[in-house]
Design a binder for this molecule. Structure first.
Ligand SMILES: [Zn+2]
Ligand SMILES: [Zn+2]
Length: 352
């Protein structure tokens, strides 16, 4: 089937996954369903359809380019970008999931469901703005938030074992003196460290258009709520399939793992006046990757013709992004600080 939309069996309205109840709620008749119930309903629907119409017609359009679907709710045409796996109908607003986009090599293994709502994302951004004194006054108005999008971002989670070897030179210096001389004794040490590390779940996002720094900054995700992937979680959100595969993502993950491994190993070099690492080698084995969908709120805002993008971890609420600086506020701020400095000098002067 090309387009999945989950309909309330009681009233026919679209069902969306609710981050608050962690169930699929109907906004119209207040019915609510669990993952198991939804799966059973889907299964029954698919069985019926397969009997009725064995052959399927695929969406039109080339692989990797825009595709055209028709909305199961209102019949309007939906044109999607190449990697879109879940979106909304532009005409009736009902959620639409494209299961074929996430089949075969694109089928995710795991997913962390959204925990936080759109309203909470907007609130978090406003709170962030309030805590920044150098922000232009009018920036924090709600009006400037142009678009808030809940998107499941494809991530690769890497596991591996790593053995590390580190060589370092270190020095210890002792000084003492007698009535005639001052003595300095420098001991030189050659240090060797060897160890094994077990690495679990180092994430790298699998979307080219997503800023790597921004996605890294959203970490950590709490993996204890990773669940098996189910298409229905995407209903009510946007989702994309990866366009950076695991081989292409690995070097970035590897660099991160090596940096951490080196820092960990260097922590064991203590008790010396100075230490220089002369050699650091790693070898990786048992490399594995898991393909998971992780929840991200994207908030785009415009200010004085410039676009600003923020992202919030849809599970933990961690907010990242760069805010504009107000030069007027900056001047005022420095004015206050400068004035304060002057006042303090004055008080200092009086006290003396
Ligand atoms: Zn309903
Ligand atoms: Zn529609």
């Amino acid at each position: 089937m090309d387009v999945l939309n989950y309909q309330c069996p009681n009233c026919g309205a679209p069902l969306k996954f609710s981050s608050q109840t962690q169930r699929w709620d109907c906004e119209f008749c207040q019915s609510s369903f669990t993952a198991e119930q939804l799966q059973a309903m889907e299964q029954a629907k698919t069985d019926g359809r397969e009997k009725a119409a064995p052959e399927e017609t695929g969406p039109s359009g080339e692989e990797g380019q825009g595709k055209v679907y028709s909305c199961p709710n209102c019949g309007a045409e939906m044109i999607t970008e190449g990697n879109t796996a879940a979106t909304f109908c532009a005409f009736c607003g009902s959620p639409a999931v494209f299961p074929k986009q996430l089949s075969g090599e694109f089928a995710p293994e795991k997913l962390i469901p959204f925990r936080l709502t759109k309203e909470q994302a907007v609130e978090a951004l406003q709170k962030l703005c309030k805590s920044k004194p150098l922000l232009p006054r009018d920036f924090s108005d709600r009006n400037h938030i142009e678009k808030v999008t809940g998107i499941y971002v494809p991530f690769w989670l890497f596991d591996c074992s790593m053995s590390v070897r580190l060589d370092a030179m270190a020095q210890r210096v002792q000084t003492w003196s007698d009535s005639h001389y001052r003595y300095t004794k420098t001991d030189h040490y050659r240090l060797e460290r060897e160890g094994d590390l077990e690495v679990r779940g180092v994430p790298t996002d699998g979307l080219q258009r997503m800023s790597d720094d921004m996605m890294d900054a959203l970490e950590p995700f709490d993996y204890s709520s990773l669940c098996d992937f189910q298409m229905s979680y995407l209903s009510g959100y946007f989702a994309e399939r990866y366009d950076v595969d695991k081989e292409a993502s690995w070097p970035r993950a590897q660099a991160r793992i090596e940096r951490s491994a080196r820092a960990l190993t260097e922590q064991t070099l203590h008790g010396y006046l100075s230490c220089q690492t002369t050699n650091f080698q790693t070898s990786v084995f048992n490399k594995e990757s898991h393909y998971a969908m992780l929840p991200v709120w994207l908030l785009s805002t415009q200010y004085k013709g410039k676009n600003y993008l923020f992202a919030m971890n849809g599970q933990t609420g961690k907010m990242v992004g760069k805010l504009p600086l107000s030069y007027a506020q900056l001047a005022k701020w420095f004015g206050i600080c400068g004035g304060l400095g002057f006042l303090l000098t004055l008080i200092g002067g009086l006290l003396l």
